[in-house]
Design a protein around this ligand. Structure first.
Ligand code: ADP
Ligand code: MN
Ligand code: MN
Ligand code: MN
Ligand code: MN
Length: 358
């Protein structure tokens, strides 16, 4: 069933065609206290030339698990601007950081520290590319397209699948792809995943703080596109128990030194540093990630760090082509699909490049 049950998109179109008389709609989006995204819209009298032209705004943090009722005002500080693929025209999406009344970053605002760290290390030109896996559910919380009360056949035909019965909901995936391109998100590809109705999109490579920004906006766009189709997006790392793959956010990483000839030396040094902080990394690599990192289904055990060339059962993989050429990037396979990307890119930068110098 689609959302047409409760809304009428054909009739809506008539109103969307009305001119806006110069107004610009700015949809402010932010990360809430439940690891979800919230948004509210503001009318602007003209297009901002930069982030500095955008007003600070606020919302009721007691309704989003971000503040107590007696001190509920949370401030939205604009951090990045994207084009709005839903409203189009001059309308925009504004990614905002959440700040408390007393001038401290809100408990959900991991972007602030991450941005400081990336700024301190900007000479290293650190790039990230995140592979976001996710699962589709229908409005009754059944995995989308699975037989009612039963299961599809075992995994095998679904990964990068083509054809009826092998692939589910390609329309949402395609719509999201276009929405990202329009918005200005550096989406680098998509593919159907191993579990039926599970998909992946890749964002990047993005330098420094941009990784978290672009992934957050890409997640917002996906959730919002799926709303149009009456479908739910799950970022849970193990949406289904049993012999079904979990969902991750493989995080690919390189510094300028790693990308140049002879870079393998720096890749190996980075992996050595990562191996010494496994526990600290796992602590911020997503809730319920232990359900996914079992050592089965193309994962490594949550308990131990491992690495290897072309090994999809290791914590960190060096792609075969990188090992062959002797430079490039590496892949941290541990992060779960539900990570905060600022926490993950932040701790990776900190471990490899060091904490912020005093
Ligand atoms: P996989 O084989 O693991 O499924 P994908 O093709 O899905 O790989 O994803 C590869 C990711 O690596 C992409 O997100 C891409 O942006 C990223 N990537 C490619 N080159 C670099 C690089 N030099 N530094 C960081 N990330 C990179
Ligand atoms: Mn009100
Ligand atoms: Mn991938
Ligand atoms: Mn994948
Ligand atoms: Mn991968």
């Amino acid at each position: 069933m689609s959302s047409a049950v409760v809304s009428n998109t054909a009739t809506l179109q008539k109103y969307l065609d009305l001119p806006q008389n110069g107004a610009v709609l700015a949809e402010y989006i932010w990360i809430d206290g439940t690891n979800g995204i919230r948004s509210k819209c503001k009318t602007l009298s003209k297009s901002p030339e930069s982030i500095d032209d955008l007003p600070e705004w606020n919302f009721d943090g007691s309704s989003t698990e971000q503040a107590p009722g007696h001190d509920s005002d949370i401030y939205l500080r604009p951090a990045a601007i994207f084009k709005d693929p839903f409203r189009k025209g001059d309308n925009i999406i504004v990614l905002a950081e959440c700040w408390n009344n007393d001038g401290t970053p809100n408990k959900t605002n991991y972007r602030h520290e991450c941005a400081k760290l990336m700024e301190a290390h900007k000479d290293s030109k650190i790039w990230f590319g995140i592979e976001q896996e996710y699962t589709l559910f229908d409005q009754y919380d059944n995995v989308y397209g699975w037989p009612k009360g039963g299961f599809p056949g075992p995994q095998g035909p679904y990964y990068c699948g083509v054809g009826t019965g092998k692939v589910f909901c390609r329309d949402i995936v395609e719509a999201h792809y276009r929405a990202c391109l329009y918005a200005g998100v550096d989406i680098s590809g998509i593919n159907a995943e191993v579990m039926p109705s599970q998909w992946e999109f890749q964002v990047g490579p993005c330098e420094g703080i941009k990784m978290g920004d672009e992934l957050t906006v890409a997640r917002y766009l996906l959730t919002r596109v799926a709303e149009d189709f009456g479908v739910k997006i799950s970022f849970h790392p193990k949406p289904l128990q049993g012999d079904w793959n979990g969902a991750g956010c493989h995080t690919n990483v390189s510094t300028e030194q790693m990308r140049n000839p002879g870079g393998m030396k720096y890749i190996e040094e980075a992996i050595e540093k990562l191996s010494k902080r496994h526990k600290e990394h796992i602590a911020v690599y997503g809730e319920d990630n232990d359900l996914r990192l079992t050592g089965r289904h193309e994962t490594a055990s949550v308990a131990n760090f491992s690495s290897g060339v072309a090994n999809r059962g290791a914590s960190v993989r060096i792609p075969r082509s990188v090992a062959k050429e002797g430079f490039g990037y590496f892949e941290d396979r541990r992060p779960a699909s539900n990570i905060d990307p600022y926490l993950v890119t932040g701790i990776i930068a900190e471990t490899i490049l060091g904490s912020i110098p005093e």
